[in-house]
Design a protein around this ligand. Structure first.
Ligand code: ADE
Length: 232
């Protein structure tokens, strides 16, 4: 049962890769896939790069070439809902593309010809991830709910407020989750995602994001994924 561990950026995965004792590098679709073991589990770790297309390519290669049986994304996101603060963790229960709009042919946000506007995370896998956060980082606040994805780093208070009023159930915004969720839906592969809040997707987002990704993201990812794999 091979588990894929995916992050968008090096800083989100670095500490985890350093814990894989036997990793072998394989290159596919211009990406490095690290195949090996972590806490006794078969793992393929990969950097998707940033954005929905890069994430979808990565998920497709993981499933088609590496035959992974489940995909876990670990990374950072901007907080949207008022109580979702920098340093909190969000475990997604569903994913929506906030920049998808084929109206008036299809309702806004609906994925054309799928008849839905969001894809669920795998409930069992998400529950395991939430438990892993609680056991690895007991002082950290964990939220569970909808995460929205789009090909935009949301870095103005105005855009953040517009997203919050258009999608009041959205807890956090990032740039990959909904794309991987759609690919996993197509293949019937379980998917879950955990995102540490690096910024509030507001006018200060850029500085907060850079500081957080340098100082916290990798440590949190390694602790959460470590606890998840040890319990799995
Ligand atoms: N990932 C982390 N912060 C983000 C933001 N503000 N917008 C999009 N993706 C993010």
């Amino acid at each position: 049962m091979t588990t894929a561990i995916v992050s968008a950026m090096h800083e989100e995965l670095a500490a985890l890769l350093s814990l894989m004792p036997d990793e072998a590098r394989q290159v596919a679709a211009g990406r490095e896939f690290w195949v090996g073991h972590l806490h006794g589990q078969e793992v393929v770790a990969v950097l998707s790069r940033i954005g929905k297309v890069a994430a979808a390519t990565t998920a497709t290669v993981l499933i088609e070439r590496f035959a992974v049986k489940r995909i876990v994304f670990t990374g950072v996101a901007g907080g949207l809902a008022p109580g979702v603060k920098v340093g909190d963790v969000v475990v997604a229960d569903s994913f929506l593309q906030h920049d998808l709009d084929a109206s008036p042919i299809f309702p806004k946000y609906q994925v054309p010809l799928y008849g839905v506007d969001r894809f669920p995370a795998d409930p069992g896998l998400s529950g395991q991830l939430a438990q892993a956060v609680q056991s690895a980082l007991p002082d950290v606040r964990v939220h569970r709910g909808m995460v929205v994805s789009g090909d935009r780093f949301v870095s103005t208070t105005q855009e953040s407020k517009a997203l919050q009023s258009a999608l009041p159930r959205a807890l956090a915004v990032e740039m990959e989750g909904a794309a991987i969720a759609q690919v996993c839906h197509d293949y019937g592969v379980p998917f879950a995602a955990v995102r540490t809040i690096s910024d509030r997707a507001d006018d200060a987002a850029h500085g907060d994001f850079n500081r957080f990704i340098r100082e916290v993201a990798s440590r949190y990812s390694a602790a959460i994924v470590g606890a998840f794999l040890r319990a799995a």
